[in-house]
Design a protein around this ligand. Structure first.
Ligand code: ADX
Length: 183
């Protein structure tokens, strides 16, 4: 009689390759992405943080904050994230990425399950209070235009894999939640 063959029936979920943090300026996207990045690296995973602010100093330097420019900004971030993920990196993108279509485009570049959207959610009043870069104050004084939440729209995610309420949750705890989702 032949011996039974051991079969595993664990579901095969693809490795998460892109973690996309979206939310208002000052909501905490980069802070949480950095914490998750540190944990991935300490677990031995090759990871890279693509930050909207930093990308705007280089590859996206020619873009402003009109709807058209933001769509192009997010498209470039998504395409770069895809290239990096093809090279074996787990990519953490943090960008306001205010439009659902832009985020859906980013998702469409990845296999099912390989992309997760993290909604870094804080009320506008809290982001404005934090105002670490002084930009909300400038927007209120009309010194800068098209500021997200003030005179430019932010379309809240409707089905993000992770929804973080950063006004009431410390960054470390938020990072724990994201890490559990991608484990
Ligand atoms: S996105 O909307 O195109 O995704 P992105 O995340 O790259 O934006 O850049 C947002 C950062 O640019 C903010 O964190 C802020 O520091 C800066 N910024 C400057 N002007 C604006 C503006 N009008 N609206 C939003 N962010 C602005």
């Amino acid at each position: 009689m032949s011996s039974p063959i051991l079969q595993t029936t664990l579901p095969t979920r693809p490795l998460v390759r892109c973690i996309w943090f979206t939310g208002l300026s000052g909501a905490g996207k980069s802070t949480i992405a950095e914490l998750v990045h540190q944990r991935l690296v300490s677990d031995g995973r090759a990871a890279f943080q693509l930050d909207g602010d930093l990308m705007r100093n280089g590859l996206c330097r020619d873009l402003g904050f009109t709807e058209r420019d933001r769509i192009e900004n997010v498209r470039r971030l998504a395409e770069v994230a895809k290239l990096m993920s093809d090279a074996g990196l787990t990519v953490l993108v943090s960008a306001i990425s205010p439009y659902r279509t832009g985020r859906a485009f980013a998702r469409s570049l990845f296999a099912e399950g390989a992309f997760i959207e993290v909604f870094v959610d804080a009320p506008l009043a809290i982001c404005e209070q934090r105002d670490s870069k002084g930009l909300y104050a400038k927007a209120r004084r009309n010194e800068i235009k098209h500021f997200t939440g003030i005179d430019s729209e932010y379309q809240r995610p409707q089905a993000a894999e992770v929804h973080l309420l950063t006004a009431v949750t410390p960054p470390e705890t938020c990072a724990d939640v994201v890490c559990r989702e991608i484990a």
